[in-house]
Design a protein around this ligand. Structure first.
Ligand SMILES: C[S@@+](CC[C@H](N)C(=O)[O-])C[C@H]1O[C@@H](n2cnc3c(N)ncnc32)[C@H](O)[C@@H]1O
Length: 285
């Protein structure tokens, strides 16, 4: 239940309006980036030695509100970052929060539906796809097109959430223990955060796998902001959970989501944070 857990295309459309979805997801993307910033820096520490030379053009595939674009821009100070997404409002937010001149003027946004075609952005040295490849209808086609447009030796990095992040202890003191686990089981059945093992798919598209690694964080007490992140995540998942959770679990979840309740997610002091990423790095052969 993070930004990355937006309903998978096969799970059907979210019932809210597109604008509402965008606002909710944008906020989640930013909380995720704020709280998991150090983890993503660790990912980049691991990726950097695989990058050959100073990249000139970096593509952020499914950039969302741009946490990856900002990180990449800071890490590779001579690169132009091309942030690609189909959502105009997320790209608008990305431009508004792109940072100081020197960073913001190196980030270019391109609105494009990657299910249609790879946009004409010139040769790419480094491509970064964080929690986005699994949202595409035809990722294998996109990977082949991207391979054709990367410079030899260029690097593709694919990042996925290894599991939905966990925020609450097993026993929250309301209802039966194990509420979050049961919520995750429901969401898994609805294909939230479903993605394949990307390694063989990258190789089929012509890339040579350079490495695969899991990165994780387990923080108790949870870092500041986790309550808001948890609140937004559960709230975003509620339309899916509402129809499928047992009645007592739904009551407990509603209590967690009550903004002024002392036991609500916004006020609890027993929150934990367990989150992780799986990362694949592959060279254009
Ligand atoms: C879960 S968000 C991840 C955003 C960002 N990479 C991050 O790590 O915060 C996935 C993004 O992929 C974008 N996306 C999904 N399908 C797309 C498509 N067919 N073409 C372009 N962007 C797409 C969505 O609009 C969304 O912003």
């Amino acid at each position: 239940m993070t930004p990355h857990a937006s309903p998978h295309p096969t799970a059907g459309r979210h019932p809210h309006s597109e604008r509402h979805d965008d606002d909710g997801l944008a906020e989640l993307l930013e909380l995720d980036a704020e709280i998991l910033g150090p983890l993503l820096e660790e990912v980049l520490d691991w990726v950097a030695p695989h990058v050959r030379g100073a990249p000139r053009t970096v593509a952020d595939i499914g950039a969302g509100t741009g946490p990856g674009s900002r990180l990449l821009g800071r890490r590779f100070p001579s690169a132009q970052i091309v942030a690609i997404d189909r959502s105009a409002s997320r790209l608008e937010r990305l431009r508004a929060t792109a940072g100081a001149p020197g960073l913001s003027d190196r980030i270019r946004t391109v609105q494009a539906d990657l299910d249609t075609a790879w946009p004409e952005i010139g040769a790419v040295d480094l491509a970064w796809a964080a929690s986005s490849l699994h949202e595409l209808a035809a990722p294998d086609r996109l990977l082949r097109e991207l391979h054709a447009r990367m410079r030899p030796g260029g690097l593709l990095v694919v990042v996925e959430m290894d599991a939905l992040p966990r925020f609450v202890p097993e026993d929250i003191g309301i209802g039966r223990p194990g509420l979050e686990r049961r919520c995750h089981e429901v969401l898994a059945r609805a294909h939230w955060n479903a993605f394949p093992e990307w390694g063989p798919r990258l190789e089929e598209a012509g890339f040579r796998l350079a490495g695969r690694r899991r990165f994780g964080v387990e923080a108790r007490p949870a870092p500041p902001g986790t309550g808001r992140w948890a609140h937004h995540s559960f709230r975003r998942a509620l339309p899916v959970l509402a129809d499928r959770l047992a009645a007592d679990d739904l009551l407990a979840l509603e209590h967690l989501l009550t903004e002024d309740a002392p036991g609500g997610l916004l006020h609890r002091e027993d929150l934990v944070l367990r989150a992780g990423r799986i990362v694949w790095a592959a060279h254009r052969a």
